[in-house]
Design a protein around this ligand. Structure first.
Ligand SMILES: [Zn+2]
Ligand SMILES: [Zn+2]
Length: 83
């Protein structure tokens, strides 16, 4: 799975929720826990099995320069077999 935005295959075009203008992609958010970003579960993690499931989505920060508004969008990942 790959993110078409992170890989430059597609341009992220979203509407600003505040002014309906064009918002620009500012890159993926840091809380994206993909296969290349493993994290060590904490000791008190025993009842949070759901966090272990990989969610095939990439969250991106978008920014509207018109009204200085920052938003977050979820991008569906492409199957890597598509290449
Ligand atoms: Zn991405
Ligand atoms: Zn705006």
């Amino acid at each position: 799975m790959l993110c078409p935005i992170c890989n430059g295959l597609e341009e992220l075009s979203v509407q600003c929720r505040n002014c309906s203008g064009d918002a620009d992609d500012c890159g993926p958010t840091l809380d994206y826990a993909g296969p290349y970003a493993p994290y060590e579960p904490n000791a008190d993690d025993s009842c949070s099995m759901e966090t272990m499931t990989f969610n095939p989505r990439c969250k991106h920060i978008v920014y509207c320069a018109k009204c200085d508004y920052t938003d977050e969008v979820t991008v569906s990942l492409w199957s890597s077999t598509r290449c």
